[in-house]
Design a protein around this ligand. Structure first.
Ligand SMILES: C[S@@+](CC[C@H](N)C(=O)[O-])C[C@H]1O[C@@H](n2cnc3c(N)ncnc32)[C@H](O)[C@@H]1O
Length: 276
């Protein structure tokens, strides 16, 4: 959600009071900068620029990822008839947020957002005032699937299909924290007919550039990014039925449908899969 200017004025409130340390880049605000938003601080902008310098394609990649999110939600709320969404790693609101796309297709769609960033939290609270259908926000870490599922169950009915959205967030979970087991726990909690929508940055596309970009980001940010190969990302879909065209580079997913408008080889994979 764009404000009148950058957010540095908030820095006066201090990290201890708000839980916000503006001196360390956080991916939510770095991502906001790449998308042209205003909800970022000097440290976020510095990290974002470092990544752009190493891998300029990041700017079109993040837009392609937003297009995938909108296309996937439109498919789920429309063709697939899903009415419940659990969007983990929400991000700072921008255009076409999950509840807006879903409720545009079907006004009774219910959405629970989950994030662990205080800036995302404050924007989410403001954004959710007056939405058409019940929509909620959970302040939790993706690793804490127990808390996420208990709190989401206050709004969502886990006996009915749920679309779990993990768009651009699993790379912030290092291998030692068991990202594949996290996805398994989430998918075990939902009934058949539920979906997994996932997008993840790649290590095996433009490998030299993206490795350098990740290394620069990781030197600055507290939460480090782990890039993964297509094979490693495909494992997140184990036991699920991938919708055509399968796990593909983000710009290739259902091209023509709100396509991001570029032919660049995105350094990221995405897919949509159904629990049978
Ligand atoms: C790159 S942004 C993606 C935002 C959005 N899903 C999109 O595709 O536009 C990643 C988001 O995940 C959140 N995030 C990162 N690590 C997280 C964690 N361990 N638990 C919950 N949220 C996390 C960040 O705060 C940020 O909002």
């Amino acid at each position: 959600m764009a404000g009148a200017g950058h957010q540095d004025s908030l820095e006066t409130s201090g990290p201890a009071a708000s839980g916000l340390d503006t001196s360390v880049p956080h991916i939510a605000r770095v991502y906001d900068y790449w998308l042209g938003g205003k909800d970022n601080f000097a440290a976020d902008r510095e990290a974002a620029e470092q990544v752009i310098e190493a891998y300029p394609g990041i700017l079109s990649d993040v837009r392609a990822q937003r297009a995938f999110l909108a296309n996937a939600v439109r498919y789920l709320a429309g063709t697939a008839g899903v009415r419940q969404f659990l969007d983990i790693g929400t991000g700072i609101p921008t255009a076409n947020n999950t509840h807006e796309v879903a409720q545009d297709v079907q006004p009774d769609c219910q959405v629970v957002y989950v994030d662990n960033d205080p800036v995302v939290l404050s924007h989410a609270r403001a954004l959710l005032v007056g939405v058409t259908a019940p929509t909620a926000y959970v302040d939790a870490d993706l690793r804490d699937t127990g808390k996420i599922l208990v709190e989401a169950a206050q709004l969502l009915d886990f006996s009915k299909p749920v679309a779990i959205m993990l768009i651009g967030v699993l790379h912030l979970i290092p291998d030692e924290d068991g990202p594949h087991a996290i996805v398994t726990r989430l998918m075990e909690a939902v009934p058949s007919g539920s979906w997994l929508a996932l997008s993840h940055p790649a290590r095996d596309v433009h490998p030299q550039q993206v490795t350098e970009a990740a290394s620069r980001f990781n030197q600055l940010a507290a939460a480090k990014a782990t890039l993964r190969t297509r094979a490693e990302i495909l494992r997140f879909f184990d036991g699920l039925e991938l919708l055509e065209p399968g796990l593909v580079q983000v710009h290739q997913w259902r091209p023509g449908l709100d396509a991001p408008g570029h032919n660049q080889q995105t350094a990221g994979y995405c897919g949509l899969a159904r629990k049978t």
